[in-house]
Write a protein that binds this ligand. Structure first.
Ligand code: TRP
Length: 461
């Protein structure tokens, strides 16, 4: 094996891939993985499909009561094991007196990352394709119909979509193959603030669009009649998705975390930043939806229609639009790096491949699987089973089944399998914060996940 087992506890354990240079670097890297298409593209459209306010409420409760403790659990497991998620779960499973078979949780995470990226990359490809479209002024003065036609034509063309997906995957593989820590840290340090700034510019526009009151009321008026159990499951799935939880990504990043960094503080910062971006995206998009009489339940095309419409009417819109889609592509790309990292780290450590070989193998697999999603908007749009198209099935399976299940097993592991001493050591002592975390991780998070899960898939209720 590539690791020598230390007998004197975990303090001497170190990661093969080095460590983050500071707490800020770690927070930025996790924020970079968290803030992505999930916040700006997915959150508004699933909130729209589930009637708005009540969904947003449930989502916020899930983020704080489930997302935060699960994130802390994932980071502490990662830091204690210091390996890829598969090896870490096997090692800690044994060390904590349970079983090496916990490695299957790591394997499920690797598979989830591959499946998520297979469709994530296709959507990221749409954002790439929107950069030249915005620059060329295609949206200037465009009507709702014009913008809808541009979007439908793009996703309806298997050639364009496949080219964009290929470009996105190639750039992801390129960076991962070269090792991510320096490049990633630098990109995120600049891009997260840039994205925030652009969202604020757009918010300024949304405030004056005439639909702001309607947008705010759609997002914050809680009408629980509009919410189904499936909607509650989607809110919980989105909490996991947007925080990059339940699949070992944060665990992999935690493996590179210095011993003295506070896990609680870092997790809280990431959760706050991620939530800010989701709320901002909603406050930008829904006012524009209502000002232009669009349908908030329009689905995956929502931001690709509403935002270009806004850019088309703004002074300097071609410029802002292009910059927006560039920054969003980069946000997607820093998330993509997090999605492949568990798989790549595992292939490197387990099969003794170079990082380059591992990136090409994992990336190639994802690219091939992604064709299923790319084509499900055009050539294969008639292939409908279970939840709908191929894309809809992969999306549902990962967000609503694998991530909650992974999150459940992770908190059960940290709360019940690991002993008190191990977890309190990682979380900086057994004070009140620790007690609250342990209570949430042992009882609240698992019970809530299980309840919502069983209710939604129809086993109880
Ligand atoms: N959080 C990302 C987003 O909101 C998507 C995502 C889900 C992710 N799981 C991940 C990113 C794991 C990195 C690692 O867009």
């Amino acid at each position: 094996m590539m690791f020598k087992e230390e007998e004197s506890g975990t303090a001497q354990r170190f990661s093969l891939h080095g460590h983050w240079s500071s707490r800020l670097a770690f927070v930025l890297a996790v924020t970079g993985s968290a803030v992505g298409l999930g916040n700006i593209w997915k959150f508004p459209y699933i909130a729209g499909e589930n009637g708005g306010g009540a969904f947003v409420m449930v989502y916020l409760v899930c983020v704080v009561a489930i997302g935060l403790p699960v994130m802390m659990a994932e980071i502490l497991i990662g830091r204690r094991g210091r390996r890829n998620p598969v090896a870490t779960m096997a090692l800690l499973g044994e060390e904590e007196g349970a079983s090496r078979q916990w490695k299957w949780l790591g394997i499920m995470g690797v598979v989830a990352g591959i499946l998520i990226l297979s469709y994530y990359s296709v959507v990221a490809g749409w954002t790439l394709a929107y950069i030249p479209k915005s620059m060329s002024g295609a949206f200037s003065g465009a009507t709702v119909e014009d913008v809808e036609v541009i979007f439908t034509n793009l996703i309806g063309s298997w050639v364009s979509v496949t080219i964009a997906h290929t470009l996105f995957m190639a750039s992801t593989v390129f960076v991962v193959a070269h090792g991510v820590e320096r490049g990633l840290e630098q990109a995120v340090r600049f891009m997260v603030p840039a994205l925030l700034l652009l969202m604020l510019v757009l918010l300024g526009y949304a405030v004056t669009s005439g639909g702001f009151a309607a947008g705010v009321s759609f997002m914050f008026t809680t009408d629980f009649d509009a919410l189904t159990w499936d909607g509650v499951l989607q809110a919980m799935g989105q909490a996991f998705f947007t925080l990059s939880l339940g699949m070992g990504a944060v665990m992999a990043y935690g493996a590179y975390l210095p011993e003295e960094t506070s896990i609680t503080g870092s997790s809280a910062s990431v959760v706050a930043a991620d939530t800010l971006f989701a709320i901002l995206a909603g406050l930008v998009i829904f006012p524009l939806v209502f000002a232009n009489n669009l349908d908030p339940a329009e689905g995956p095309g929502l931001v690709f229609v509403t935002l270009p419409l806004a850019f088309g009417q703004m002074a300097g819109g071609a410029f802002f639009g292009a910059v927006f889609f560039i920054v969003l592509s980069i946000a997607a790309w820093t998330s993509a790096l997090g999605l492949v990292e568990p798989g790549v780290a595992w292939v490197v450590e387990h099969f003794g491949r170079t990082r380059m070989q591992a990136s090409v193998m994992v990336g190639g697999t994802i690219w091939a699987l992604g064709l299923g999603t790319a084509l499900s908007f055009n050539v294969l749009s008639d292939v409908i089973f279970l939840r709908g198209t191929i894309y809809q099935n992969v999306e549902y399976l990962t967000s609503n089944i694998i991530l909650p299940l992974g999150g459940l097993l992770i908190t059960v592991f940290a709360g019940w399998v690991m002993c008190r001493n191990s977890t309190s050591e990682e979380l900086g002592g057994a004070g009140n914060t620790y007690k609250l975390w342990r209570f949430l991780a042992r009882y609240i998070a698992p019970a809530a996940i299980l309840l919502v899960f069983l209710e939604a898939i129809g086993i109880i209720g």
